[in-house]
Every structure is written in C-alpha cells, then in structure tokens.
Design a protein around this ligand. Structure first.
Ligand code: FEO
Ligand code: CA
Ligand code: CA
Ligand code: CA
Length: 677
C-alpha cells in the first residue's frame, strides 16, 4: 500500500466547464471509464443485457437508478482487506426506476393498474442494493466486474430481513408476513448510505412512503378502520397515494409480494391485511457485504423517517459512536444517533460483523437538531418520557407517545414535539476526518416550503433566481450547513454551526443570491452527495478533500449535473452577516446568519459534468485515492422508449443511440496519481 502524503495548497486540476453534452466530462489528464450499468449480469448464467425492454431476472442484474456506493476491499485470497486497492466489493443502492426504459414499449397501465405481473416483478427487483466484485487485475487502472464472483448479490424489496433494536417484536411490525413483528421483506428507495467501522454497509430507505397504496380520501374503508393515532402518523409520513408508485398492488395475477403494497386496513387485524407494511420501511438497514448468506438487519434505534443517509462520525476509542442522518423532505430534520457503547478498536476487525452492529446500533440515543440564531445548536433527545405530546394540528388531535418504539416509528412526530429546526431538505452528511466537523447538504426548498417570513438563521434564503430557470423561488440552489460538536465530542448535546457554502448561478444577483462568491468554474445548485475523500486521511492534514455532487432541477438549463472538489476550512472561518431576501412580489426581509469563507478558484472547482438528465450521486475510492467510483443516475430520465433523451453510456463510446442506463464510472488520473489533488 502506498502512503499518500499530499498537503495541497490548492486543487491542481483544470476546472471542467459547464456543459449540456451527453457524456461524462472530466479534467484534462483524467480518464472516465464505464464500470457497471443497469442490467449488467451478476452471475455467469445470466444473459447479457439487451437493453431493449425484453430483459428479465433483475434479481441477478445491476438495478436501476444507482445511488450511493461504497468500496469494501478484498485481498488476493478473497478475505476482507480494508487496504486493498485492486480488488473489492462495490455496494451500490438502486433507488428508483426510469420505468419507461424497462419494458419494450414502456410500462402498461403504470398510473393506476392493473399491472402485468411480468412487468411488476422486474420493477420491484430493479430496486434495492447490489454487491459486486470488481478488480483491477493487472493494477493498471483497468477495472472490471467479476461476473461469476461468489460475493455477487442482489438485495431486493423481496429479500428477507430481520428487525433489530427497540421496535423489534412490537405491534408496529406485526404483519401477515411476521406475526411476531421480528421480520420483514426487503428494502426500497435506497438513496444514500453509510459504512461502519467494522466492514458493513448502512443502506437508507428514503422516499418509501409513495410505494404504498392507501385510500385516505372521503369515507374510505381505510380511514374508517384506523385509529386517530394511526391516521396522524400516516398523514405525517405522507402515506396517501391512492395507487402506490407503479401501482404494484394492482398486479394480475396477484401474489403476496404484489398485494403487500396495498396498505389499506381492509381485514380484521394487522395479520389479515397489509396495514402495517408501511411501518416496515423507512429504516437504516445494515448489510454485511462479505457474507452473501447473511440477512440484512433493520436498525430501529436509528428511527424511522425519509432516511437519506447514515454517515458515521469518527471512530475514537473510548468515545461513543455517532451516525449523522438527514430526513430528505421539505421542512424535515437533521438527526444523529449516539451509541450506548463506547468504541473499542478491536471491534473493527471482528468476523461477526452484524453482531458488532448489534452492539453499537441497537442501543443508544437518537437526537434531532435545533439550530439557534446565535450560531449555537442543541441535540434534542428522542427519548420516551422526555418528549412532550405532539400538539393538535387543525382537526388532528394531539399525539401522545406511548413507548420508545412509538417514538422511533414516529420520529417525525417526536421531532415536531421537541421543536427541532425544519430544514431545506436535508440530504447527505459527511464527517471531516481530521476535525470531526459534520457537513450537511440542504438541497433546496421552494417558496411554499420556505416562504420569506419562514427564513431562519440556518435556512436563511428566499429569493427569485434571475437567471437559469428564471422563475425558481424560495431557496432553489440550496446550501451546506456544518457543525462542530461541543468539546469536539460527537456524543455532545450542543454544537456550533455555520453555513459552509451557498449554491448559486454565478450570473445571478450577486449580493442577494451568490453569497459564497461562486464563479463560472465552480457555480452549482442543489448539493446532494457529499463525501470526504479517503486518500489524504493521514496525520497532519488539516484540509481534507471534500467531494460535492448535485441533483438539480433549477440549474440544468445551464449545465448537466456535476461533481466538484473542495478544500473546506472550518466552522467560524467566515463572518456573521445579514443578507437581504426579496420574494416574487418584491417584498424584502433581512436575515442574520453565519457564512463561511468565500469560495475561490483554489478551494472549490468543478471536476466532472454528467450526461443529459442525470443526477451525479454516489462516490467512493480505493484507499489510495487513485481510483474514484462515481454514480451516474437516471440519464435521459425525461425521455421515452421511442425517443430516449440520452444515449449514455453508449454515448461515452461515441454511439448516439440506444436506451440510457444508470451506471458507475471509474475515474483515474493518467499516470496513476491521486484523483483530485
Ligand atoms: Fe434520494 Fe434525497 O435523494
Ligand atoms: Ca440524494
Ligand atoms: Ca436529491
Ligand atoms: Ca434522483
């Protein structure tokens, strides 16, 4: 293993210009190679992907909408080796579908059904998580998938899982499938992730609520059968679709794995219908990628909400572990879980990895963040006995918590009751490996979610973008908050915070909008993916490399989505400022906040632009930082089977035809240097 000892004064590569071209563009001196794409076979007996809508058996193929990923090293003998730079397991989430490309002429009756079973099973199995072995066999930056690896595995919405932690075995999880509330099936809408210090993966269930069918309008049978408490919880989590995404529960012929997506209370009890299925989703799920026979464990102590990611703080012997988590929806919250057990370094290499997970992830305290106007903040504990009743809202009665399991299942209600700070869509978190400071992307908000009068110090913007999409109002370009834990102890209940960076179009009204001083080489909008590089994590580094990925709707008329590299400073390196907001009606309001050091050509630079209509999401590297893995999600998402609006990844090789596929690119530096520095 090469020890990398870089200490950059500035980013060395030449910035990539904004572009609308249909390829992955990287700086001069770098190469981007497609490693995997939707449909790639995971077994030697699975046919090659034809990419014409006729392919089947997605339980043995790479899924759709690849999202967060993480590289788990293997040595030459095929055993876990966290230092391996040439062989490993790539674990990637498959969040959702570009359903129009999965069937020969697009989906049948996708809005409301009835759905053909052959289509529905493909769509279900194209969700979840993939684990694939990848190798750079000759150590010459020529990575390939090992198609017949015994590690290769798909976890789908149908894979058996176990519930762990305080909600296991409670009435919330009693279903037809598990009458004692200990087991569930699969995982869905897996967005961002986390890794553990003991070699497992934490996949996160984000926008799961929409997959369930309910009937919550008028005097629906579901409403009549539900208690007021259940209705409050269902409303708070947005479980209100009258069909469910892709209408899977309408499938003919039916089967349990289709019918389960109908969450109406139509039977006599929770074991006679599927009313509690929504309680089985919305969790952080631990997977042991090194053991293909292991069952994923849903960690209920980390709470149930729209989990974006679950990124750890630092592994400091004797200090309790922290996992930082965003709940990505408008006006939702920022959470952390603190383990009861202090970290013991010997646990990092234990072979019983999921048992180590039991030790650190099943007992502990879930907190939610409150940001104060003076640059301080509190972590409020979601602990039964310390959470007041959630007050009545309109005709909805007050919600009185009955147990710790109730608080965890209904974490959003508990956070409401505690007075947590509603944020502009909390996405990924990342921990600075040197300082321990935690960064949180707030991707954007609209004028309804963050009206002028609703701004606060941590979510301080409301404006009408003057360029780009022109009419976007609210906080369409997003920002990144960061915190420093009290006493630099990640178990602290107080913190300091500031705003590291504001997204903006650099041509937009500079004084009001471009608050971080972005220029043409580093302007961006809607930050989402966020990750501190592994490669410079050596002692003495004070400015680790931060990668930043975008998922933007307001800036994509200017450029396709992108990835930037940054050398951030620290909480408090900027100044307290008052910014002036102006809404669409011309009304102004001032908001005081704390803004970090301005971006410069030296500390923030565009590294990559993706193909048309993609999101850039998912990033990791080999331990030496010389191979970067980057996810390209849903290229051509607005096109159709008859008229695809992107031809990526074929376009990367110069072919401007064929259906687009989500994929993973490997980025290396010509000559073999560390990527990005
Ligand atoms: Fe799936 Fe919040 O991104
Ligand atoms: Ca995301
Ligand atoms: Ca997003
Ligand atoms: Ca997406």
């Amino acid at each position: 293993t090469t020890v990398v000892t870089v200490n950059p004064a500035q980013l060395s590569f030449g910035a990539v210009a904004k572009t609308l071209s249909d390829v992955v563009t990287v700086p001069a001196g770098y190469t981007a190679m497609v490693l995997t794409a939707l449909g790639d076979p995971l077994t030697a007996s699975t046919p090659a992907y034809k990419n014409d809508g006729t392919d089947t058996d997605f339980a043995n193929r790479i899924g759709d909408h690849g999202d967060a990923l993480y590289y788990y090293g293997l040595n030459a003998a095929g055993a876990r080796d966290d230092g391996s730079n040439v062989r490993g397991l790539l674990v990637q989430n498959h969040e959702n579908l570009s359903v129009q490309y999965l069937h020969p002429s697009g989906p049948t009756n996708v809005a409301a059904g009835p759905r053909p079973a052959a289509e529905a099973i493909k769509e279900i199995e194209a969700h979840g998580v993939s684990i694939i072995e990848v190798r750079d066999a000759a150590a010459n930056r020529n990575w390939a998938v090992v198609t017949n690896s015994s590690f290769n595995r798909r976890i789908t919405p149908n894979t058996p899982v176990d519930f762990k932690g305080p909600v296991r075995g409670t009435s919330f999880l009693v279903t037809r499938h598990s009458t004692n509330g200990t087991q569930g099936r699969g995982t869905i809408n897996n967005c961002a992730n986390g890794h553990s210090f003991w070699g497992t993966n934490l996949t996160c269930e984000e926008n799961w609520a929409g997959y369930f069918r309910r009937d919550n309008s008028g005097a629906g049978t579901d409403n009549a059968a539900r208690t007021a408490r259940e209705l409050t919880a269902l409303r708070r989590y947005g479980i209100n679709s009258t069909t469910g995404n892709y209408a899977w529960s309408s499938t003919t012929p039916t089967a349990d794995h289709f019918a389960r997506w109908d969450a109406r209370a139509t039977g006599a009890s929770a074991t006679a219908d599927y009313r509690n299925e929504p309680n089985t989703m919305g969790w952080v799920v631990e997977i042991d990628p090194y053991d293909p026979s292991s069952r994923p464990r849903k960690r209920t102590a980390l709470g149930r909400f729209g989990h974006e990611g679950a990124w750890p703080g630092r592994a400091i012997p004797g200090q309790r572990l922290a996992i930082y988590m965003g709940d990505d929806a408008r006006r939702e919250y920022f959470y952390k879980f603190v383990s009861a057990a202090p970290w013991e370094a010997a646990d990092a290499t234990r072979a019983d990895r999921l048992a180590v997970g039991d030790k650190y992830l099943d007992e502990g305290t879930l907190y939610v963040a409150k940001f104060n106007a003076d640059g301080t903040g509190q972590w409020l504990p979601l602990v039964y006995g310390q959470v007041p009743d959630r007050p009545a809202v309109g005709s909805e009665p007050a919600y009185v918590f009955a147990s710790q399991a109730d608080i965890l299942v209904n974490a959003r209600l508990a956070a409401d009751a505690l007075g947590a700070t509603p944020m502009d869509r909390p996405e990924w978190t990342a921990t600075n490996p040197v300082t321990g400071e935690v960064y949180l992307t707030l991707t954007n908000n609209n004028a309804g979610g963050r009206p002028l009068a609703g701004t606060d110090a941590a979510n301080p913007r409301h404006y009408v973008s003057q360029v780009g999409s022109g009419t976007s109002a609210g906080n369409p370009n997003g920002h990144i908050v960061r915190i420093r834990e009290g006493g630099d102890n990640q178990a602290a209940t107080t913190f300091l915070w500031d705003i590291y960076l504001f997204g903006a179009d650099s041509a937009d009204a500079p004084a009001q909008v471009n608050l971080s001083g972005l220029n043409a080489d580093n302007d961006f909008a809607s930050p989402d993916g966020l990750w501190f590089a592994r490669s410079q994590n050596v002692s003495g580094q004070v400015r680790p490399l931060l990668w930043l990925q975008t998922d933007d709707g307001s800036f994509t008329d200017r450029t396709n989505n992108q990835m930037l590299a940054a050398l951030p400073g620290f909480v408090g390196d900027g100044a307290a400022r008052t910014i002036t907001n102006t809404d669409a009606g011309g009304t102004t309001r001032q908001q005081a906040t704390f803004i970090g050091q301005a971006a410069t050509a030296a500390n923030l630079k565009r590294f990559l632009v993706g193909p048309k209509e993609c999101e850039i999401t998912g990033v990791d590297s080999t331990p030496d930082g010389r191979t970067l893995f980057v996810g390209i999600q849903h290229p051509g998402e607005d096109g159709s089977a008859a008229a695809p609006s992107s031809n990526w990844p074929q376009s990367q090789a110069g072919t401007a035809s064929g259906r687009p596929r989500s994929g993973v690119v490997v980025i290396t530096r010509d000559g073999g240097g560390v990527v990005g520095l």
